[in-house]
Design a protein around this ligand. Structure first.
Ligand code: BTN
Length: 259
């Protein structure tokens, strides 16, 4: 059996979770696990249903970007049905679960670039896309989509070659996707059902204290990333002293201008 082989049975085996992974949909190839999760969530899938694929042909990223997802990239989406008041926790839970998973399965240290990119040595190893489904003003479901670069070489893809890494590139060896998937599902479950993660998430943020340029649509805010709020938003101290609160968008950390 290949180390990269997955199946619903294998993923489910020895899972020690209360909610996440109670139902597992495994697809050898699909467009986007977030898209499949959205469809089954609308059809009433239970909370914790997990969609996992060996390969995506139309992986979706944040801000309408695409996400490269050949074999070797762990692609999974979890359907949750939380209270609306918990929505902002999901970003923190997902990114922290990935940081814990990477540490526990490989020993590697990773950090979070606000709001939820996971980086190793400044390069992106994981992206997270959270999409919510509403029925009128009521939250029906939230989908946490996570892509982890496990066994692939970003250098083979010019569009990400400079900014991305993978677990295998960092370690110089193959990493079991199944082991990473198992750990990630367990971590997600325990953080989702456990205590408040805000302080742990904040401690893992690489962004704080650095000069940043935050882009949200056409608006660009430059300054020092000063702090984060309980709702996950970021406070940037502009050069004129004004504090600006950012709730979404993309943040470029300007490490070169650090002294
Ligand atoms: C980003 O950094 O822009 C977010 C990338 C999220 C990718 C994952 S892979 C599993 C899930 N399915 C998708 O289509 N996207 C997410």
């Amino acid at each position: 059996m290949s180390d990269t082989y997955l199946s619903a049975e294998l993923v489910k085996q020895d899972l020690d979770t209360s909610v996440i992974g109670k139902e597992i949909i495994y697809l050898p190839i699909t467009t986007s696990t977030n898209e499949i999760a959205r469809q089954v969530a609308r059809d009433g899938a239970v909370e914790g249903t997990l969609v996992i694929a060996a390969k995506q042909t139309a992986g979706r990223g944040r801000l309408q970007r695409s996400w490269l997802s050949p074999e070797g990239v762990l692609a999974l989406s979890v359907i949750l049905r939380p209270q609306t008041s918990r929505l902002s926790d999901l970003i923190m839970i997902a990114s922290l679960a990935v940081v814990h998973t990477i540490k526990k399965t490989t020993g590697l240290e990773s950090l979070i670039k606000w709001p939820n990119d996971v980086l190793i040595g400044g390069k992106k190893v994981c992206g997270i896309l959270i999409e919510n489904g509403w029925r009128g003003i009521t939250l029906d479901h939230a989908i946490i989509g996570i892509g982890v670069n496990v066994n692939f070489n970003p250098a083979d893809y010019c569009e990400i070659a400079d900014n991305a890494t993978s677990l295998s590139s960092e370690l110089g060896r193959h990493v079991s996707i199944l082991a990473v998937a198992h750990m990630l599902i367990n971590e997600l479950d325990s953080l989702y059902l456990g205590k408040d993660v805000f302080n742990d998430w904040r401690e893992k943020l690489v962004t704080l204290g650095h000069p940043v340029n935050a882009t949200d649509g056409n608006a660009i805010t430059s300054g020092i990333a000063e702090s984060v709020n309980r709702d996950g938003s970021l406070n940037i101290r502009q050069h004129n002293g004004t504090l600006v609160n950012i709730t979404a968008g993309d943040v470029l950390i300007n490490l070169k201008s650090d002294t």
